[in-house]
Ligand binder design. Structure first.
Ligand SMILES: [Zn+2]
Length: 268
């Protein structure tokens, strides 16, 4: 490989790893530097070096440094769990201490109500730098934004704390025929990006599960019971179906993406 091509490949990997996990790009550069200094050659040396450093950084170093930037890891509880481990492995589970309290209170609310519903979170924010966006969510950049999975149930109507896609995004609970179809409306107006989350599933799972109107409403009631909540975004037909009237539950606009695969919540 020519030297130019090699540098281009490295730059590309640095950018991708930074976009995906914030610290991945830096860890990659460090692993290149250290690999060069270890004279002993063996197959997979670079990948082993990167993986070891990445795991050390993500699980040991980043959680210690993040508080200096006003962020901390989400503290899981009985009724507050990650929807999948991708957000944790990719450092997408950091929030401000105030947001963490808000999340703990949501969990407590569900626990006190003896609910079978777990608040299953998806992407929150990165550990470092206010203003550093967590793509593809442009607003998740201040430690005060977080997404939750919708709630699903099995064929017998029992709440199942699982999702319908590997990433937690991209499987939609579409508008029924008698409901206003916001997605169709936005697409017709030319907002072609509106249903782009369909490309983010990383694979469909648990196809037998159905959207739980009761379970999702329980989760939303627990969230809106918190004074700290500033805004919640959910697709208008779901707001209508669950008869939600809290003024903080809003439509995000056609310039965003559809929110009938997840719930966006923010305290700022
Ligand atoms: Zn969001």
């Amino acid at each position: 490989m020519s030297r130019k091509l090699k540098y281009l490949e490295r730059a590309f990997l640095f950018v991708i790893l930074t976009i995906v996990s914030q610290v991945g790009g830096l860890v990659y550069l460090l692993s290149l530097f250290l690999s060069k200094r270890i004279k002993y050659q063996f197959f997979g040396k670079g990948i082993l070096m990167f993986s070891t450093l990445y795991i050390l950084s993500t699980f040991l170093i980043v959680p210690i440094i993040a508080p200096l930037f006003g962020r901390e890891k989400i503290k899981n509880k009985s009724h507050l769990q990650p929807a999948n481990y991708l957000s944790i492995v990719l450092n997408r589970n950091y929030v401000t201490p105030e947001t963490n309290v808000f999340l703990q209170n949501i969990s407590n609310h569900l626990a006190q109500a003896n609910s079978n519903v777990q608040a299953r979170y998806l992407d929150a924010c990165f550990p470092f730098f206010k203003g550093f966006p967590l793509l593809p969510h442009l607003s998740h950049k201040d430690g005060c934004k977080i997404d939750f999975s919708l709630v699903y149930e099995d064929e017998d109507g029992r709440i199942v704390n699982k999702g319908k896609s590997r990433s937690g995004y991209g499987i939609f609970e579409d508008a029924k025929n008698d409901e206003f179809n916001q997605c169709k409306d936005c697409l017709q107006k030319g907002y072609f990006q509106y249903d782009y989350p369909k490309y983010l599933t990383l694979g469909k799972v648990n196809s037998e599960l159905k959207f739980s109107k009761k379970g999702t409403k329980e989760l939303i009631d627990a969230i809106v019971s918190q004074k700290a909540l500033c805004k919640m975004f959910i697709e208008p037909h779901l707001k209508q179906r669950m008869k939600l009237s809290d003024s903080r539950i809003r439509f995000h606009g056609c310039g965003a993406v559809r929110h009938d695969d997840h719930i966006h919540v923010q305290i700022n």
